[in-house]
Write a protein that binds this ligand. Structure first.
Ligand SMILES: Cc1ncc(COP(=O)(O)O)c(C=O)c1O
Length: 426
């Protein structure tokens, strides 16, 4: 049984925080008290696997698209959905403490604080969003650029990260400029030099994926943000593939803005994300989705979090997913993901006729992209499923599959995947 003190400590909170947590709803870590293995349990990861609803005869390698949810997440969400269905008449509306019938009008401070703890930022700099696409759109729409101002990015950005900047180009005459980076990338310096060489006096925004979804490459964003800032360039990072996979620390990265989601690597329900912007910039950003607080700067994060009626059960699921992540320990999660990813890459590198599109090991975590010579991604994806009920995701004709490893995967699953690919590669 987790004591109240342990619980508060594990959340980085003092007893003074209790009222805001209670107003957020059901007790924290509900459902985890008796189910989590002890950290020294020799079968620790098998027991963690048991916490997931994922059917045991299937192997999931597609966290990069949508994460597998721990059971506690689904339970918290469905319990809350049932609660709302049965008790909506209880809501007196004027009663601020009963804030969990709809989201979109309250400041969601408790969950913003919890996100702040995860990414090392203050809650005032964090707004809750539905996903990365929303977060990036808030940033791109909210800042002012004039005709000729340049937005610099790479040629490997996701549509949800880059498209709001293309709108900016079409609507305001800003210039959306991409530079080609390798696939595979051969070193952090290669990326750094390519991007820095492309800066011009007109560059006003640098937008980059922290981790490229199509190769698994972790870009040298800290150094790039520092260099950009020396030149007065606003930096915004797309963290769709990072939060829950690798450590994400706003103070360390030093970027001006960061957008991320929880529905991939944190295992939260679909439709949960955030936007972080340094307070000095956030106060100058217009909101895209406006409600009563659109111009109220007393809580900048709330100004963007107030975005009309939304689903509270999703936030309950997110809350449980964050508790689950903290309960295991973020560093332990990242180490395990990397350990399994590295095991996969080491095995694949030894197979002739297999080409990796992921960068050197120092730039990788749990995302690996590879193909068998002469195969398409669809063929590899479908063969995995037909022969072994394994689910990586196709990356199109050339780049094979993206194969994500997470804490619910095992060494045996990775070894089986390597031996299958070895067999298929002939
Ligand atoms: C790098 C990157 N950016 C943005 C997105 C879009 O994320 P969302 O669907 O949460 O808006 C994804 C989704 O896979 C992604 O990988």
């Amino acid at each position: 049984m987790i004591s109240r003190r342990h619980l508060l400590k594990s959340l980085g909170l003092s007893a003074f925080s209790i009222p805001s947590l209670l107003s957020y709803g059901a007790p924290l870590n509900k459902g985890l008290e008796n189910t989590m293995p002890r950290s020294d349990d020799p079968n620790y990861w098998e027991k963690i696997r048991d916490q997931f609803m994922l059917e045991k005869d299937k192997v999931f390698f597609n966290t990069g698209t949508i994460g597998a949810m721990p059971k506690v997440v689904v339970d918290r969400m469905t319990q809350h959905l049932n609660y709302i269905g049965s008790n909506v008449a209880d809501w007196a509306y004027k009663d601020d403490n009963k804030e969990d019938f709809i989201s979109g009008y309250n400041n969601l401070m408790a969950i913003r604080q919890k996100v702040g703890r995860l990414i090392n930022a203050d809650a005032s700099e964090i707004a809750m969003t539905d996903n990365v696409t929303h977060g990036m759109s808030y940033v791109a729409n909210g800042i002012t650029l004039k005709a000729g101002d340049e937005i610099l990015t790479t040629d490997q950005e996701h549509g949800g990260g880059q498209s709001s900047w293309k709108v900016k180009e079409k609507r305001f005459g800003a210039v959306f400029k991409t530079v080609a980076i390798g696939k595979p990338i051969t070193s952090p310096n290669e990326v750094y030099d390519t991007i820095v060489k492309a800066f011009t006096p007109k560059t006003k925004v640098l937008m980059l994926s922290h981790l490229i979804s199509g190769s698994g490459a972790i870009l040298p964003v800290k150094d790039l943000c520092a260099e950009a800032q020396k030149r007065g360039i606003f930096t915004v990072l797309d963290g769709a593939q990072t939060v829950g996979q690798i450590k994400v620390d706003m103070k360390d990265l030093g970027c001006d803005a960061y957008v991320g989601c929880f529905h991939k690597w944190i295992g939260a329900p679909a439709g949960s994300g955030f936007m972080y912007v340094k307070l000095e910039h956030l106060k100058n950003i217009y909101t895209t989705v406006a409600s009563y607080r659109w111009d109220d700067h007393s809580d900048e994060g709330f100004r963007f979090t107030q975005r009309g009626t939304g689903s509270f059960p999703i936030l309950k699921g997110l809350d449980a997913a964050l508790d689950f992540h903290f309960e295991i320990g973020p560093d332990r999660v990242y180490e395990r993901i990397k350990f399994l990813g590295q095991r996969l890459r080491t095995g694949l590198r030894a197979v002739p006729k297999v080409k990796l599109f992921s960068p050197p090991e120092s730039m990788c975590a749990g995302t690996t992209v590879y193909n068998i010579e002469g195969w398409t991604g669809t063929k590899l994806q479908d063969t995995y499923w037909e022969k072994a009920r394994m689910r990586p995701r196709s990356q199109g004709d050339t780049f094979g599959v993206r194969h994500c490893t997470h804490i619910f995967n095992s060494e045996a699953e990775i070894d089986k995947a390597i031996s299958l690919v070895t067999e298929w590669a002939g």
